[in-house]
Ligand binder design. Structure first.
Ligand code: NDP
Length: 322
């Protein structure tokens, strides 16, 4: 049973760079946006230490600080930022309905989906420990590779992302060891060839991570295990990169919005439009290629502009009808 039904002009789901940028633009266009933060306020950036590649911060900024600034900027223009988790949607009728925490029902003129994606991790306690400490575990080579210049790192994964990230790291690091759990890659032949032909990348097949080693603060190595021979060995490393895929946070939209086979929302090329009129997407929920804060922010801006134009066109149509 729903509590009360509220009507909202522009509902933004998600509080990463995409959601907040959409909010800044929507608020400045008088759309009175309401933004629900979701289960991880601030999004993936809150798991990053230093952000050095977002234009406008010449000295860098920590991920959590940057998210506070984005929130402050959105609130300065009176975005209504709320705690809450969108648990259900219904986009099948003329009114777009969403439910907050299973109870509160909201009817929306426009919806901007900015729910992002979550990096997959191995789930080992030692991996999670150093991830939380910001001590050398990362799921984004482009974000964090720079901190490991001239050092030795280990990367897990054998898909296109892992190959791309290993190659990126090889240009910064002294040595990159790639752990491949089977005896072959999943990546495309061309990406595989690139890592095989890079001198400072060592590939270890049939190899899994046994434990991420550290001194209690930072990573110092990785104990790996050959899953054919059972042999273990310790590799020295200051960085442990996980590149085993991402999961877009789009489960609640299944059946209402067109998703690709891996769950990413399909947008009309060059726009933020989904297949449902009045529902727009920004950020990593529709992007498995770039996945950067700055690209997410860019698509957040696009979504707000598309939503504003959609509303304006609808309002002038309704005026003509009257
Ligand atoms: P994928 O799902 O393609 O690959 C994931 C890799 O991680 C696989 O090699 C898998 O191993 C491995 N893996 C999964 N779980 C574990 C685990 N627990 N321990 C060790 N290894 C594990 O994900 P990607 O992110 O690489 O790619 C996603 C999509 O994006 C793909 O379609 C890809 O082609 C595309 N992409 C394209 C790029 C480009 O064209 N430039 C760049 C990046 C991505 P296994 O093979 O044994 O299952």
């Amino acid at each position: 049973m729903s509590e009360v039904i509220e009507r909202v002009k522009c509902l933004i789901i998600g509080s990463g760079p995409a959601g907040y940028t959409a909010a800044i633009y929507a608020a400045r266009a008088n759309m009175s946006p309401v933004l629900y933060q979701g289960s991880q306020p601030g999004g993936q950036l809150t798991t990053t230490n230093e952000v050095e590649n977002f234009p406008g911060y010449p000295e860098g900024i920590t991920g959590p600080e940057m998210m506070v600034e984005l929130r402050n900027q959105a609130e300065r223009f009176e975005t209504d930022v709320r705690d809450g988790w969108i648990t259900k949607v219904d986009f099948s009728g003329p009114i777009h309905k969403v439910w907050v925490n299973e109870t509160k029902e909201i009817h929306c003129d426009t919806v901007i989906i900015s729910t992002g994606a979550s990096a997959k991790y191995l789930g080992l306690p030692s991996e999670q420990k150093y991830l939380k400490l910001g001590g050398g575990v990362s799921a984004c080579a482009v974000c964090d590779g720079f901190f490991y210049r001239n050092q030795e790192v280990v990367i897990v994964g054998a898909g296109d992302s892992a190959c791309e990230e290993a190659h990126y790291l090889s240009k910064l690091c002294k040595k990159v060891t790639m752990l491949v759990r089977r005896d072959e890659f999943r990546a495309s032949k061309i990406m595989e060839a690139r890592v095989r032909n890079t001198q400072n990348i060592e590939i270890m097949f049939n190899t899994e991570t046994d434990e991420v080693l550290g001194d209690g603060q930072v990573v110092t190595g990785v104990r790996v295990k050959n899953n054919v021979t059972g042999e273990t060995q310790e590799l020295p490393a200051t960085g442990f990169f996980v590149a085993i895929g991402h999961k877009p946070n789009t489960d609640i939209f299944k059946g209402y919005i067109d998703l690709d086979e891996t769950g990413y929302i399909i947008n009309e090329p060059g726009t933020s439009k989904t297949n449902v009129e009045g529902v727009f997407v920004s950020g990593d929920a529709a992007d498995h290629v770039y996945r950067q804060a700055v690209t997410a922010a860019g698509t957040g801006c696009m979504a707000a502009l598309d939503a504003e134009r959609y509303l304006a066109a609808k309002e002038s149509f309704e005026e003509v009808e009257r």
